[in-house]
Design a protein around this ligand. Structure first.
Ligand code: ATP
Length: 288
């Protein structure tokens, strides 16, 4: 029996507004989310029990038990269909961990989709989205896997048309705890309009990236000053059209006209930062 596999792409918050906070402490967000053409890889194969093996360049330290969202996704799906089937799951971890690009959430979403097919659960897309939300705020948008506006605690996901363009992700490889960043945030909330401007051209998207920005940037830089260094490097790289930080950091992004320009920029950043040990990756975000 062969493994069936899927890409679990990096999730990039091109804009991120914190619009409020619920009485239970959950923050309400409004974010333009894009997905890259690179990421982790999830493979599944029929088996008696659910098992997980993790390999790849960022496998070290990633949990292989219930602490892994992939494992939890398999369990939650299995319980919801009272299934007895298992799956041998393999996760190839290519994305840096706890870095604001939703690696765990994207892995979980692809696990749900692959196992839903393999186990022929018959669940609707709405059922899957509810399970996804139980796994984490970013999992429903990762279930879509394409450009979306994400709102609320992650439950409101609407497809968006973004331009196809080049992207470079840069992570300074220093930990930046999401909880610590939210704790440092003390600004007012940022209301967002019901209707977004046209983001289907790169110019329109870049204006939104510059104007809306990321409400977690200031607290993230206080928590992890290297983010400021990464952003300054991205700002100075040839061909960059806009730049910003994803999620609660520390991964930052630059947008470019096309894949080739992004690749040249990533080469330049890598050469300049050889000693700094940054993770730098170029690719594209797919439009719709
Ligand atoms: P987000 O952008 O959604 O906030 P993130 O990129 O900051 O996510 P993840 O890479 O998903 O964060 O990892 C967050 C934590 O979740 C890690 O500390 C890790 O121990 C745990 N974790 C659970 N499952 C996974 C997984 N499949 N891949 C990576 N980390 C995982």
């Amino acid at each position: 029996m062969e493994y069936e596999g899927a890409l679990a792409p990096a999730k990039v918050n091109l804009t991120l507004a914190v619009t409020g906070r619920r009485s239970d402490g959950y923050h309400l967000l409004d974010s333009v989310v894009a997905f890259t053409d690179f990421g982790d890889r999830i493979s599944v194969m029929p088996a008696e029990e659910v098992t997980l093996a993790v390999d790849g360049p960022f496998a070290a330290g990633v949990p292989v038990d219930e602490g892994n969202l992939v494992f939890r996704a398999a369990q939650i799906l299995r319980q919801s269909v009272a299934g007895r089937e298992g799956a041998a799951i393999r996760l190839t971890k290519n994305l840096p961990v706890a870095s604001g690009i939703g690696g765990g959430s994207s892995d979980a979403a692809q696990t749900l989709l692959l196992l839903d097919r393999m186990w022929e659960t018959g669940l609707s897309r709405t059922d899957l989205a509810s399970l996804a939300l139980m796994l984490g705020a970013d999992v429903p948008v990762c279930l879509e896997g394409r450009a979306c506006r994400m709102r609320g605690i992650g439950e409101r996901v609407d497809r968006l048309r973004l331009p196809e363009c080049g992207i470079v992700l840069v992570n300074p490889m220093v930990p930046c705890s999401t909880a610590a960043v939210f704790k440092r945030r003390d600004g007012a909330f940022s209301p967002m309009p019901d209707d977004l401007p046209d983001l289907s051209t790169l110019s329109g998207l870049c204006i939104a990236v510059d104007q809306v920005g990321n409400d977690l940037l200031t607290p993230a830089i206080s928590e992890c000053p290297e983010i400021g260094v990464v952003l300054a490097s991205l700002e100075g790289v040839p061909g960059v059209r806009a730049h910003g930080m994803s999620g609660s950091g520390a991964t930052c992004f630059g947008l470019f006209d096309d894949a080739a320009t992004a690749k040249r920029a990533s080469d330049a950043l890598r050469t300049a930062q050889q000693a700094a040990n940054w993770w730098v990756h170029a690719g594209v975000i797919a439009g719709d």
